[in-house]
Design a binder for this molecule. Structure first.
Ligand SMILES: O=C(O)CCC(=O)C(=O)O
Length: 290
């Protein structure tokens, strides 16, 4: 991972303006080749159920089915795997997100490890590996801010052939769109639908990344991804990050994370405990980290 000092030269005021103008920004290579290899090996272990920490079954452990073309999605992979934990909670991601969000404190909302199966040679292309057009905040109405920032770490070169993410440029300016907690895999129908609701121009731009490069997107930017037509799976890890003082907003569709506040949570309670680790500023080491 690059150094924390290097970030000051990379995330300039022009970069911050680009992020707020387009709704996303593509960083240069942040991870070195060894880290990429270790994270790829961590993916293998995750989907095989070989965990570094014991995880109770209520936390929704996902395993891989080699015969399925469906997207594999493990939310909160940082609970299962130490290598992923290091990358997902990296202060480098936290500092960049803080700078882009223009806040002082950053916590993890949740993470994802995604595995998009390869479909080269399939008789017909399945859309089960697609990620439908959505706004992340569409799923997160229980939070009192839309100022979320997500880092997407490419663990191989990633482009349209292996189903990279496509961003809808400037769509974060449309505000919260009804029904944007969408995972309908029929991309064209839903592009028309959301373009109409958004009322802006629907400009799809693929995020082209070399292994180790990272994209950062705003919580309201529409995005999605199509099939992986190559011979190898498309792997990534994602940190969905929030300002450190993000609070629970009662009366809206309830996100499962709200239960992590503990019983009897109250409107306005901050998402501030070990389920939502502090990423920036660098936290004091915990017993688990030592
Ligand atoms: O990896 C993808 O195709 C989609 C990921 C995504 O939805 C996200 O990072 O918020």
């Amino acid at each position: 991972m690059i150094s924390l000092e290097a970030i000051d030269d990379i995330v300039t005021e022009a970069v911050i303006e680009e992020y707020w103008e387009r709704g996303y920004w593509v960083a240069p290579k942040l991870l070195d080749d060894d880290e990429i290899e270790r994270l790829r090996a961590a993916h293998d272990r995750l989907w095989a159920g070989d965990d570094d920490y014991e995880v109770p079954s209520i936390y929704g452990k996902v395993l891989g089915d080699p015969a399925s073309p469906a997207l594999r999605q493990q939310v909160d992979a940082f609970w299962r795997n130490a290598e992923m934990r290091r990358a997902i909670l990296s202060p480098v991601m936290g500092k960049i997100a803080a700078t882009l969000m223009r806040v002082n404190y950053v916590r993890l909302w949740h993470d994802q490890a995604l595995y998009k199966p390869a479909q080269a040679g399939a008789e017909s292309l399945s859309n089960l590996g697609n990620v439908g057009w959505h706004q992340d905040y569409g799923f997160w109405h229980s939070c009192d801010t839309t100022n979320f920032c997500s880092s997407w770490v490419a663990l191989q070169d990633t482009d349209l052939r292996n189903g990279t993410m496509k961003m809808i440029v400037g769509s974060h300016k449309w505000g919260v769109i009804d029904g944007s907690n969408n995972d309908k895999k029929d991309m064209e129908t839903w592009a028309d639908h959301f373009a109409r609701l958004g009322g802006g121009e629907w400009v799809e731009t693929p995020v082209l990344l070399k292994a180790g490069e990272v994209s950062f997107h705003h919580g309201l930017t529409f995005h999605g991804s199509g099939p992986n037509t190559t011979t190898t799976p498309r792997l990534c890890v994602i940190s969905h990050m929030m300002p450190g003082d993000t609070r629970y907003r009662a009366g809206h569709s309830l996100h499962p994370n709200v239960a992590l506040l503990g019983p009897n949570y109250v409107d306005g309670q901050t998402f501030e405990n070990d389920f939502f680790p502090q990423m920036w500023p660098v936290p004091e080491p915990t017993v688990r980290d030592r």
